[in-house]
Design a protein around this ligand. Structure first.
Ligand code: SF4
Length: 436
């Protein structure tokens, strides 16, 4: 594999779903362990969590460690997807902010605002993982999302805006609080609240995903705490790339269960002692990739010129290992064919041992019953039969091989029952030894 191949391989690790998760990086920056005013006096720290922080732990413990425990400073990788998403968010925020002041922007003004933001904030280091697309493609994508949204919701009087890009906290228990950051919180009628989340990723959220989504459900918990008049809280994802909404809602019971599961997960986080890396489609976007044991070697070699790259000890060993493995694969195929031929030849001449110059091969064969393995669909039948014969403890908890070896010693009735599940197979083994 040359450097170009390696780079391409890294790029291919991208997945659309994961792009959206990068939006959470913004939220993650908000996460701190701090003291609230009440408990500051007795020195009891109140830990602040967010959906992003908990997700980060679930996605990759090592990344969580680098980020939240070791607080490793890196040059943050800013992807073009995050960049475009941020600017679309800022544009929609402007739209609703101005509406609060009775100013309805024309679409062309909003597009101009977005394009200006794009030009003013663009930096060379912004990462484009999907090499087949360029800056213009992404900028146009964001522009289309704003246009579609604008035309869909104009004149934007569906609900009263309560908050934009909110930053709120609510207590989960006396030691933990949760950070809530809502793109737009609105209320279409008395007692009904809507949490709007703008998604710019190019994979559509399914209803099932929405009904099991934790992030907005956590926000719903927050809204119910912060606004006691909230009888219903609707969760609305605006899938901007598709000009579609996905809507969901949670019952009070579901939110109570969610609270328990979050507290349990926080307990796992706070008692964790191991932080292993978890490889996923998020790795190409991870700012710690060059430190991570799963990738650091790639980072050490990827920018080396071909000549130096091939001299690297790690590269040489990987290449050698792959070469030997390939040979091993070929040889084991050859060996299998040869074993078969030896067996057939032995049968043909009626010999159980074949002799070479320095070696001899003894051909051992026995007809045995074969039974379904753990992954076979028929396995449940076998378990049922063995339980019925009171043989389950004796064989199945031990091993298939034990059952197959012990089959001949079973009673005729037992053999008859098990015969229906197993199949006869001839086992042949070749034992290579030195000729005496
Ligand atoms: S590169 Fe991947 S495995 Fe390594 S820390 Fe980052 S997310 Fe985890």
């Amino acid at each position: 594999m040359n450097i170009a191949d390696l780079n391409e391989w890294v790029s291919k690790k991208n997945s659309e779903d994961n792009i959206s998760k990068n939006k959470d990086i913004k939220d993650a920056e908000e996460i701190i362990i701090e003291k609230t005013s009440e408990n500051a006096q007795n020195d009891a720290p109140m830990a602040t969590y967010s959906h992003s922080r908990i997700s980060s732990f679930e996605q990759c413990r090592l990344k969580f460690r680098y980020s939240y425990i070791d607080k490793v400073k890196t040059d943050v990788v800013r992807t073009i997807e995050t960049y475009m998403g941020d600017l679309v968010h800022q544009t929609l925020e402007k739209l609703y902010k101005d509406l609060k002041f009775e100013k309805l922007n024309e679409l062309k003004d909003l597009i101009e605002f977005y394009n200006n933001l794009w030009k003013e904030n663009w930096e060379e280091g912004i990462l484009i993982v999907k090499k087949e697309y360029n800056q213009e493609n992404y900028c146009a994508m964001g522009e289309r999302m704003i246009k579609d949204y604008y035309n869909h919701y104009k004149p934007f009087n569906q609900a009263k805006t309560i908050g934009l890009e909110t930053t709120d906290y609510f207590e989960l228990d006396k030691n933990h609080r949760i950070h809530v950051r809502i793109d737009r919180l609105s209320s279409p009628e008395e007692g009904v609240y809507e949490i709007h989340d703008y998604k710019t990723n190019s994979s559509m959220k399914t209803q099932e995903e929405a009904d099991t989504d934790r992030q907005l459900a956590v926000y719903a918990m927050g809204v119910k705490k912060l606004y006691p008049d909230a009888k219903r809280v609707k969760l609305i994802w605006h899938m901007l790339a598709f000009d579609k909404e996905v809507i969901s809602e949670r019952t009070d019971e579901q939110l109570d269960e969610l609270k328990i599961s979050i507290l349990n997960q926080i307990n796992v986080i706070e008692t964790a002692t191991k932080y292993e890396p978890t490889k996923s489609g998020l790795c190409p976007y991870c700012e710690y990739q060059s430190l991570c044991p799963l990738w650091k070697h790639l980072f050490q070699i990827k920018d080396k010129p071909e000549k130096e790259f091939t001299k690297d000890d790690g590269v040489k060993m990987v290449e050698k290992y792959a070469e030997i493995k390939e040979k091993e694969k070929k040889l084991s195929k050859e060996l299998e064919e040869l074993s078969n031929n030896i067996k057939l030849y032995g049968e043909k001449i009626g010999a159980k041992t074949l002799f070479g110059k320095k070696s001899a091969i003894t051909i051992w064969s026995k007809e045995v019953m074969k039974f379904p393995r753990k992954t076979d669909v028929e396995r449940t039948k076998l378990i049922k039969a063995l339980k019925g014969l009171n043989l389950y403890e004796k064989f199945l908890d031990i091993d298939n091989w034990e059952l197959e070896k012990g089959y001949d010693n079973l009673s005729e009735i037992e053999k008859e029952v098990l015969k229906q599940i197993g199949r006869k197979e001839k086992l042949v083994r070749l034992y290579l030894r030195e000729r005496k």
